[in-house]
Design a protein. Structure first.
Length: 328
């Protein structure tokens, strides 16, 4: 078998040109990453700069397993100067800054897939840091039933902080802290200025309400699974999507001994998540231009095993295992 070597080429985004490396990781599989700091390859558009299609920045690609290389689940969806978020895992505001978005106060809307802790640990960070950094309008957040209660409890939990920032020397303004949580049931939930967002109900173990999201702009579409077992609703909603971002675990590693306490562990995983083989079958039906794997549960397995399962499921298109701050 021939040795696969990296290839370098120039990519221009807006007014910035950067060297991008294409690194083959196996037959028909390519993983592409910016060479050097991401900010050299991606910069937010300046006011008045036109972008007619969506770009994606993987702010956090991790799981509940603490990994210093992978922050909690969070994805930035970019259209021109407009910034949207899907999920708010640990480190979300720091990753926004690392990706070149110091104006985190300008996040237009956030979409939570479900209320599991690893997807929402950054939610209070988002609420309070955007306020402190100068937010002047309500923080709009879409999500499942329970979101309003969670939001109210978070604001109450930090009431001492809020009181001192407002009444102390900082002189913050209470009305600018406002959060607008919107609980959803599915379907078209956002349609403004060329961005349409559809919430897709998915199955995630015992959670009554969990969603994937599809973003459509005039030039490009992105579908994000959230945490989900194989879902016919997601397959139907994602048909024709340009980029499918999906969670995954390695099926061959699904053994009770790979998780403490575990006779029920395989049953939980099958009810809550999608194996690499199952995802290969789904992607073969959806046929995205690019399949992006994130929230990867390797269970002690390797990237090669992960990709082999995708191919075994029947998907032959482009696939990449996402890393934090990758841009698509």
């Amino acid at each position: 078998m021939p040795v696969l070597r990296p290839v370098f080429f120039l990519v221009t985004i807006g007014v910035t040109t950067a060297v991008v490396q294409v690194r083959p990781v196996g037959p028909v599989v390519q993983a592409f990453r910016p060479a050097g700091p991401l900010v050299q390859a991606f910069r937010p558009a300046s006011p008045g700069q036109a972008h007619d299609s969506i770009r994606v920045v993987m702010l956090g690609t991790g799981s509940p397993v603490p990994d210093p290389q992978a922050f909690g689940p969070a994805t930035a969806i970019i259209l021109g100067t407009r910034v949207f978020l899907v999920d708010a895992g640990a480190g979300v505001t720091r990753q926004l800054a690392a990706a070149g978005f110091p104006r985190i106060k300008e996040v237009e809307a956030t979409f939570l897939t479900h209320l599991h802790s690893d997807h929402t640990l950054g939610y209070p960070d988002l609420v309070f840091t955007t306020w402190i950094m100068g937010r002047r309008s309500p923080l709009v957040v879409f999500g499942p039933s329970g979101l309003k209660r969670m939001t109210a409890r978070l604001l109450d939990a930090w009431r001492e902080d809020i009181d001192l920032r407002i009444n102390g020397l900082e002189r913050e303004t209470r009305q600018w802290l406002a959060v607008d949580p919107r609980e959803i049931d599915g379907g078209l939930i956002f349609d403004e200025g060329g961005i349409r967002v559809t919430a897709v109900p998915v199955r995630h173990a015992e959670w009554k309400h969990a969603f994937g999201y599809r973003f459509d702009s005039p030039g490009r579409s992105i579908t994000i699974s959230g945490d989900a077992a194989p879902s016919e609703s997601l397959v139907a909603a994602a048909k024709g999507t340009d980029v499918l971002i999906h969670e995954v675990y390695i099926e061959s590693r699904l053994k009770p001994e790979n998780r403490p306490g575990g006779e029920r562990w395989p049953d939980y995983m099958r009810a809550a998540h999608t194996s690499n083989v199952e995802l290969g079958r789904m992607a073969a039906r959806i046929q995205p231009s690019l399949l992006v794997l994130h929230h990867v549960l390797r269970l002690g397995g390797t990237d090669a095993e992960l990709l082999d399962g995708i191919r075994a499921g029947g998907y032959t298109g482009k696939v990449v295992i996402a890393k934090d701050l990758d841009v698509f």
